[in-house]
Design a binder for this molecule. Sequence first.
Ligand SMILES: [Zn+2]
Length: 322
Amino acid sequence: MIEEILSNLYRIEIPLPRSPLKAINSYIIKDPGRNLMIDTGWNQKECLDAMQDGLNELGVDIRKTDFFITHLHADHLGLVTSLATETSTIYFNQPDANRIRSGILWDDLARFARLNGFPEKEIQEVAHSHPGFRFKGQGRVRFHVLKEGDTISLSDYALQCVETPGHTWGHMCLYEPRRKIFIAGDHILNDITPNIQLWSDEWNPLNRYLESLEKAYKLDVDLVLPGHRGIFRNHRERIRELKLHHRNRLEEIVSILEKGRKNAFQVASQMRWDILYDSWDLFPVSQKWFATGETISHLKYLEEKGTLRREMDRKRMLFSVN
Ligand SMILES: [Zn+2]
């Protein structure tokens, strides 16, 4: 499906089969010199087919196209390795590029999941089903690194880079001040809440995410072009809702822990999730994984605020209210 948004600016909807996200938006800006594609899809056949159909319909020559990728997740980055040619420039951010270079080691994630109470058998299932591992790009990608305030100019668009860490270490959006468009990646979505997960002890992503929301709030935006679902207006109203969502979730976690100390997996199993399964036990393992990662980011935030403390009980990390 193709939507013309503004002159020379299009959205191609790329399906994500069997994912609750349903699809990802790839944005194309056409230019007589070189086109720009923003985000791509998973590195698999259905995504590639949809992309090729869309490019044909738009008359876009992939050999004259550069890429901007908002963040490292496989639904945004994966397909670029099948689309880029020798002459392509792939714009990306430094923190996520570092992460890819050092390699996200499954063993490290599994160890951290175990510490947080994730059952051993289900950890092995995640390793085989996680789309981030199944549909990531192949081979080494040469990135052209951009940072805050850098501008990509083409057609009659001047796209400014806005660093918005939180959803990932280096998540980056693009802002066009004259047309007041904000290309948001997974920083702000309309019908769904961006997932803020934590699978290491290295940082406090929820804190960074809330700061990045404040940053986006200050921009003068008319139209948000998100990574998933439809484009929308009223970005400030949506940001207020997202902040409220996280505040509610933080309160929910504190009230669960007031009844006694628990590990992250146990906390996640008692939370209310917006998902079509009757009980936690019926969740597919990939959804338990997302839910637990989301819970850990909130536990970390509360711990750093001094609301919670953490102890080790033999093999597990347990959280309790201070
Ligand atoms: Zn993402």
